[in-house]
Ligand binder design. Structure first.
Ligand code: ZN
Length: 149
C-alpha cells in the first residue's frame, strides 16, 4: 500500500507472516466469528477471561494482510488488560480508523502501524474486523454475566 510509512508497512507484513497468538483456545470464555464480505476476510477469535481480565487470546482466519495483521496486533495489545480497558482500546482504535483522534501507542501497541490505513476507506473494514469481533464478544460476555449465565 503506497503512502504507508515504510517502517509501519514492514511491521504489518511481519505480523501477517508471523502472526502472534495464532490458533484456537481449548476452553475459551468467548468465541466469536466475524467476516468482511467486501474483502473476503474471515476471523475466528477466542478469549479467556479470568477475574475480568483477558488472560489469553487466540485468532485464526483467512484474508488480506491488513485484516490478519490487525488481529495479531490486537491480540498482542489486549493480553493482560481488564475488559473495561480493552473496550476503551477498541473504541480508541475505531476512532483512529475514522480519523477522529491521533493514534496513541500506549493504547494500541504495534497496531499504531495501522493508523495510515485510515487514508484508504475500502481497507478500514479490514483493519477494524478483529476489533469489532472482540467488541461483540466482550459485550455479549458482559450481558451474560449480568444475567448470571
Ligand atoms: Zn481485507
Amino acid at each position: 500500500m503506497a503512502g504507508l510509512d515504510d517502517l509501519y508497512q514492514q511491521l504489518i507484513l511481519d505480523h501477517y507472516r508471523r502472526p502472534r497468538h495464532c490458533g484456537v483456545l481449548d476452553h475459551p470464555t468467548i468465541a466469536v466469528d466475524q467476516h468482511n464480505p467486501l474483502c473476503g476476510d474471515e476471523l475466528h477469535v477466542t478469549l479467556r477471561i479470568d477475574d475480568d481480565r483477558v488472560t489469553e487470546v487466540a485468532h485464526t482466519g483467512d484474508g488480506c494482510s491488513i485484516s490478519q495483521a490487525s488481529a495479531s496486533m490486537m491480540s498482542d495489545a489486549i493480553v493482560g488488560h481488564t475488559t473495561d480497558e480493552v473496550l476503551a482500546m477498541i473504541e480508541h482504535f475505531r476512532r483512529v480508523m475514522h480519523r477522529e483522534v491521533a493514534a496513541d501507542e500506549d493504547q494500541l501497541g504495534d497496531a499504531i502501524a495501522l493508523e495510515g490505513v485510515a487514508k484508504y476507506p475500502v481497507r478500514i473494514k479490514c483493519a477494524l474486523l478483529s476489533w469489532m469481533a472482540l467488541k461483540d464478544g466482550l459485550l455479549t460476555h458482559m450481558v451474560n454475566q449480568q444475567e448470571g449465565r
